[in-house]
Design a protein around this ligand. Structure first.
Ligand SMILES: NC(=O)c1ccc[n+]([C@@H]2O[C@H](COP(=O)([O-])OP(=O)(O)OC[C@H]3O[C@@H](n4cnc5c(N)ncnc54)[C@H](O)[C@@H]3O)[C@@H](O)[C@H]2O)c1
Length: 270
């Protein structure tokens, strides 16, 4: 039996940072429940590759791709123009793009110097993508969503580090989770609450999702230390957030706004 509460047939959803590890997963989440998607990223080559895979799997949905740099207002405006030209009625925005430093084989991470050595240019880069980017996309695409009588949703992708501090003891000596990540992720929760109350009368709901760490190619030693901090004793698989995205994007979560859905294997309760 079809569950109409979860059905997004004919609805367009735009994802930022869609060429990344989770971005592609968000596309699957939406396409599985019949949505049309607009995938955006600065990496157009990867988007092309992902589009080819998705078309094969979801032949009845519309899958559009476009280059968009969320840190540049001019780039966002271009995409707004493009989708208006196509007469697309936007229903949903997923603010997913961020600079998310991954732990590499040598256990190092991008911008992982000690706090005392943080460079202003790195701070500004992280904030411009993860926080300013989400604000700008919400400004332009949120406006499009509220112009629809039926409204829509914004989902901000935060992290378990939106509610807890990083435990630097899991990294190797001299490596620290960048302070920018904590600030961006705590900030995005503020943006979520602000938008939920700002557009409360416009049928736009805004919620955040806070994923815990996802298993990719992290070194075994690092995974072992990280698992120890997670009550479920493992990292997430990248597809374990699909259900939550479907819930937050659809009528199944109609009475929910301004909240942060934390899915972290219990990490933040310890
Ligand atoms: N991977 C995890 O373990 C994890 C855990 C919790 C939260 N998250 C959050 O999930 C989201 C996605 O993470 P991910 O693991 O897929 O990261 P990722 O690095 O794999 O993907 C991020 C994507 O953002 C794009 N991007 C970078 N700068 C951009 C810009 N200026 N404009 C547009 N796109 C830009 C990149 O090209 C990349 O495709 C992030 O917000 C991240 O913080 C990830």
């Amino acid at each position: 039996m079809k569950n109409i509460k979860y059905d997004l047939k004919n609805k367009y959803c735009l994802i930022t940072g869609a060429a990344g590890l989770l971005g592609e997963e968000h596309a699957h989440s939406l396409l599985e429940i019949n949505a049309n998607v607009i995938l955006t990223d600065i990496n157009i080559k990867k988007l092309n590759f992902i589009k080819k895979k998705l078309i094969k799997k979801y032949p009845t949905s519309k899958i559009l791709i476009t280059r968009m740099d969320v840190s540049k207002e001019s780039s966002i405006k271009k995409v707004v123009k493009k989708i208006k030209k196509k007469k697309v009625k936007l229903y949903c925005l997923i603010n997913n793009a961020a600079i998310d430093a991954k732990v590499k084989k040598n256990q190092k991470m991008l911008n992982s110097s000690s706090f005392e050595k943080v460079l202003l240019q790195d701070w500004e880069k992280h904030l411009s993508v993860g926080l300013t980017g989400a604000m700008l996309c919400s400004k332009y695409f949120g406006r499009m969503i509220v112009s629809n009588k039926s409204g829509g949703v914004i989902i901000n992708v935060a992290s378990d580090l939106s509610v807890i501090a990083p435990n630097h003891r899991i990294y190797s000596k001299g490596v620290f989770k960048p302070v920018m990540y904590s600030v961006v992720k705590h900030g995005i929760i503020g943006l979520t609450k602000y938008l939920a109350t700002y557009w409360n009368n416009k049928r736009l709901r805004c919620n955040a999702i806070s994923p815990g760490p996802i298993q990719s190619n992290q070194p075994k030693k690092f995974i072992k230390k990280l698992k120890f901090q997670i009550p479920l004793n493992r990292l997430a698989s990248k597809n374990e957030y699909r259900g939550a995205i479907q819930f937050l994007c659809s009528d199944a979560s109609n009475y929910m706004t301004g909240q942060n859905l934390i899915i972290d294997g219990g990490r933040s309760v310890w």
